[in-house]
Write a protein that binds this ligand. Structure first.
Ligand code: ASP
Length: 452
């Protein structure tokens, strides 16, 4: 039995919903359907969730909300009309959108979440009605009924572990269940959403709860590409990735799946596949616990910009007990998260994301490094990118770093720092951001033997 999740672009219009119906009808094992809110129909369009944010702002600023309400209702109305659904469906959706403007504003930490959740909630109602009208027995299930009980952290909910038993009871039905993604209810019965893009998380939770054989996550691309298609023309789609590889790629900028969505499926040992609603025959990318396939040492190449490096050196640093702790204490006191820490004998760098710093914090770090721990030299370097080559099987191959560094040096790319964790799932290079695209092209060519 399979849990299928459809993202916003798969549900943006009547013609997309027709594809969704066909996908669900094609395989009787597709029993649980988790849906996002309607997404963009084209590049200029606005996602329903973003329209709901505008509506929320107007409402809380005490401005006229009628246009905001109309735009949202019209998105659903055009689908109801094109799919020739009964008008009662739209009446219910309309009422639910209008009712949002009756919710209390004061002392209501869940108001924003209640607005946002309406996007997926109404879409699930519409889709269940559409399935039924086309001979597929289906039922809309509210997350409360499904047992999705979450922590009370508005905009950042986490599933309570006790929820899973109740979710398992969803198995006791023969109908296809249509469940809105992105939110759950708190123990006090408040609507609380996951972070943005969180319908992926719902899908993963449901898959783990009902102990699905497979979690199919439908989006608008043929799975996960070995490199960013904006940089490499027609990159290959990766047939199989492990959870760890996926995590590494996601870290360095691959954003096909929500970061947190991997955890429930991983813990429940549910295989996950990313597929394309617009090309469902394509096998997509399977995310598994262990590779089943032949030895592919490198599965993908990712790059991400906006990194900064705090570089310092101090003669005989290696002999000084507590040096590293003191440096990290400075960052902790300033509430700064760091990412990597490559070291030499007498020098140490801390790589972090630019958003963690402000000019004032930068000055303060340098001051404390010089005064508190008397470094000989300290500087902050900006405009850095990290490039990662990822693959679990790299561990059992010799010469991959050589291939990578040769490709970079042949293309006159200066490697500022290099690091490889002991798990050897990835090798990371820090380079100047100006050379990020060239580096990805060079590495893609070196590892996938294709003209980039
Ligand atoms: N609709 C929500 C968002 O735009 C959640 C999702 O689509 O997964 O963030």
């Amino acid at each position: 039995m399979k849990v299928v999740k459809f993202g916003g672009s798969s549900l943006a219009s009547a013609s997309q919903l027709e594809k969704v119906l066909k996908i669900v009808q094609d395989d009787p094992e597709r029993r649980f359907v988790v849906v996002s809110a309607p997404g963009k129909r084209d590049a200029e369009d606005t996602k329903v969730t973003d329209l709901l944010i505008r509506y929320y702002r107007k409402y809380t600023e005490d401005k006229d909300v009628s246009n905001a309400q109309k735009r949202i209702i019209n998105r659903y109305a055009s689908m109801v009309e094109e799919l020739k659904l009964k008008p009662t469906v739209l009446d219910k959706i309309k009422q639910s959108i209008l009712d949002l403007a009756k919710l209390p504003i004061d002392n209501n930490p869940f108001l924003y979440d209640s607005f946002l959740a309406a996007g997926e909630d109404n879409n699930a109602k519409l889709i269940a009605a559409y399935f039924n009208q086309n001979g597929l027995e289906a039922r809309y299930v509210h997350p409360k009924e499904a047992g999705l009980i979450v922590s009370d952290e508005p905009g950042n909910a986490r599933i309570l572990p006790s929820s899973y038993d109740k979710i398992e009871e969803l198995n006791e039905t023969d109908e296809v269940l249509v469940i809105p993604g992105f939110f759950g209810v708190t123990q006090e019965n408040q609507i609380c959403t996951f972070s943005r893009g969180g319908s992926d998380i719902t899908g993963s939770i449901i898959a783990a709860g009902v102990k699905a054989d497979l979690y199919e996550n439908f989006t608008d691309v043929d799975g996960i590409f070995a490199a960013h298609p904006g940089i490499i023309k027609n990159p290959r789609s990766i047939p199989e990735l492990t959870y760890r590889e996926m995590r590494e790629l996601a870290y360095a900028g691959f954003s096909v799946l929500h970061d947190e969505a991997l955890i429930p499926a991983y813990r429940g040992k549910i295989p996950l596949v990313i597929k394309n609603t617009n090309n469902p025959q394509h096998p997509g990318t399977k995310i598994v616990l262990e590779h089943s396939q032949k030895e592919i040492p490198v599965v993908g190449i990712a790059g991400d910009s906006n990194f900064v490096s705090i570089n310092m050196s101090k003669y005989l640093m290696n002999r000084e007990v507590g040096f590293g702790r003191k440096v990290l204490q400075i960052l902790e006191d300033l509430n700064i998260r760091w990412e990597h820490m490559p070291t030499g004998i007498d020098d140490l760098s801390i790589i972090l994301r630019k958003r963690e710093l402000t000019p004032i914090k930068e000055e303060e770090i340098l001051r404390q490094l010089r005064q508190k721990i008397q470094v000989d030299h300290a500087e902050i370097e900006h405009d850095l990118s990290i490039i990662m080559i990822v693959g679990e099987k790299m561990k059992s191959h010799i010469g991959l770093t050589a291939t990578a560094t040769k490709a970079l040096s042949d293309n006159h790319i200066n490697i500022q720092m290099m690091s490889q964790g002991s798990s050897e799932v990835s090798i990371m290079f820090v380079i100047n951001s100006e050379q990020e695209k060239a580096a990805i092209k060079a590495l893609y060519k070196a590892f996938f033997q294709e003209e980039a």
